[in-house]
Design a protein around this ligand. Structure first.
Ligand code: SF4
Length: 175
């Protein structure tokens, strides 16, 4: 079993979204929001790829393989730069970055931190990692495994974020 930052992010956004994604139902290719996000990454800071490194990491935790890919990593300062369009899912973004910091620590790179940048809002948020965060991530990994192996898909959450979710039609079309 392998998990990625997407599982961690979706776990903090909506358990139904996590379940659908983990069970192979992927609508992201049809989503304008996802396309928009990719474009944001490519166009916001064109000079970034020259300054920062893209890294891929993995580690084993409790028999689960954890994988992660950081697009913009400043290896000298040990800072992960994550770009997002909107701060609507701030909490999930922060956990995604904490997951990367944890993965770095599991690969013997201790003391990294993160910066989430919202270029459209001209805002940035610093992300630090504590021992309590590590404990929470371990619990989240166990909970994610339990959730995605459940035969029953969790219910709709009827939240504001549903409107911009790639699963919106699938979740609400029959209602
Ligand atoms: S549309 Fe709403 S309920 Fe459905 S997966 Fe997305 S966030 Fe969850």
């Amino acid at each position: 079993m392998q998990l990625t930052a997407t599982h961690i992010n979706y776990y903090h956004v909506c358990h139904r979204k996590l379940w659908l994604f983990a069970n192979g139902i992927n609508m992201e290719h049809t989503s304008d929001t996802v396309y928009d996000g990719k474009l944001l990454h490519e166009t916001s800071y064109p000079q970034r790829a020259e300054r920062y490194t893209e890294i891929e990491m993995s580690a084993m935790e409790g028999g689960i393989q954890l994988n992660g890919k950081i697009d913009f990593y400043d290896a000298k300062a040990k800072i992960i730069h994550e770009i997002k369009r909107s701060d609507k899912m701030e909490d999930a973004h922060a956990w995604q970055v904490k997951y990367y910091i944890w993965l770095l620590a599991l690969n013997d790179v201790a003391g990294a931190k993160g910066i989430i940048e919202y270029p459209g809002l001209r805002e940035r948020q610093e992300v630090i990692f504590t021992e309590a965060d590590e404990a929470s991530l371990k619990k989240a990994v166990a909970k994610i495994i339990e959730l995605i192996h459940n035969d029953v898909c969790p219910p709709n959450i009827h939240a504001k974020i549903c409107k911009s979710c790639s699963y919106y039609e699938l979740c609400y079309i029959a209602e």
